[in-house]
Design a protein around this ligand. Structure first.
Ligand code: GUN
Length: 296
């Protein structure tokens, strides 16, 4: 277990990416092929373009095949569904990620449900969400699984701890709560309608903030010694025409009270891509009937 108040997500993610790269080498020796990840981007959203470029680069660095599909912003739902079906049928593709959000003419849920659950490295398909909720093997969404890895690295056994997850999205809040329940935490899911959020947070040994509201969680809400995981990435005005990234937690006031806290940036953010690579390797091992390497 690591020590120190600030959790270095970037360092943990670098270590995980190294372990994935070793696992990929072993997979290639045994399977005679490299794992493949297909990433689909529809339109030209600048933030999504940056994410997709980083994912492709990290995939190649891990020794895997990267297939990038860039479609115009006016792509029809039928054309996108046809591409997803083609990737489902492609034996060289182990993981499929359709970057969200999608343009308004496309029904996101229909696209998520078209992806083969065995290639759903995002873990967004209802089959995978349902399997996670039922305690079965499944793909788990990358960001919450990354948060859980950081928590276990810091705290070891989580059994019996009080955990509060702020946010109830399908991408972070709900799967995060399921993962913490699986670790035998007592889990509360708070959200925009929660009454007296400060009082709920004050009871928690673990706080996971995933609401998308800059610096919303204040230091004096925390139980002293609590472990704080900040999933928020909010761009705010920093004066003089500049902007900077802040989390959902007010870092300056939280740091003196928290037992440990993830910073923004370099906290949870780097974990998401590292876990995506991990999920892709795990998917490839499952598809080829090979054991998943230990330590992933
Ligand atoms: N957009 C922002 N985060 C994610 C993610 O984890 N997966 C996908 N597919 N789209 C995203």
């Amino acid at each position: 277990m690591s020590q120190g108040a600030i959790i270095d997500g970037a360092a943990f993610a670098a270590g995980l990416r190294g372990r994935v790269a070793e696992g990929v080498t072993a997979f290639r020796d045994r399977a005679g092929r490299a794992p493949g990840l297909a990433v689909v981007l529809v339109g030209e959203d600048p933030a999504s373009q940056v994410y997709v470029r980083s994912k492709g680069k990290a995939t190649v660095e891990a020794g895997m095949l990267s297939f990038e599909h860039k479609l115009p912003a006016d792509t029809s739902q039928d054309d996108l569904l046809a591409l997803v079906r083609q990737l489902n049928a492609d034996a060289t593709v182990d993981g499929i990620l359709v970057q969200l959000p999608l343009p308004k003419q496309i029904d996101e849920q229909a696209v998520i449900e078209a992806i083969d659950p065995a290639k759903d490295v995002d873990g967004f398909h209802p089959v995978n969400a349902g399997r996670l909720a039922s305690g079965l093997d499944s793909f788990v969404p990358c960001t919450p699984l990354g948060c859980l890895m950081l928590l276990k690295d810091r705290l070891g056994d989580l059994s019996g701890l009080d955990a509060v997850v702020i946010g109830r999205s399908n991408i972070v809040g709900k799967p995060m709560a399921q993962l913490l329940l699986r670790e035998s935490c007592t889990v509360t899911i708070a959200h925009s309608r929660t009454r007296d959020l400060a009082d709920v947070v004050r009871r928690a040994d673990i706080v996971v903030a995933a609401v998308g509201r800059p610096r919303m969680v204040k230091g004096d809400w925390l139980k002293p010694g609590a472990t704080v995981i900040d999933v928020g990435i909010n761009r705010v005005d920093a004066g003089e025409g500049k902007t900077r990234l802040v989390g959902d937690v007010d870092f300056e006031s939280a740091l003196p009270l928290a037992g440990a806290i993830t910073p923004v940036p370099k906290g949870v953010g780097p974990m998401t891509i590292a876990v995506l690579l991990r999920n892709t390797l795990v998917g490839a091992c499952r598809r080829d009937g090979l054991d998943v390497p230990a330590g992933l």
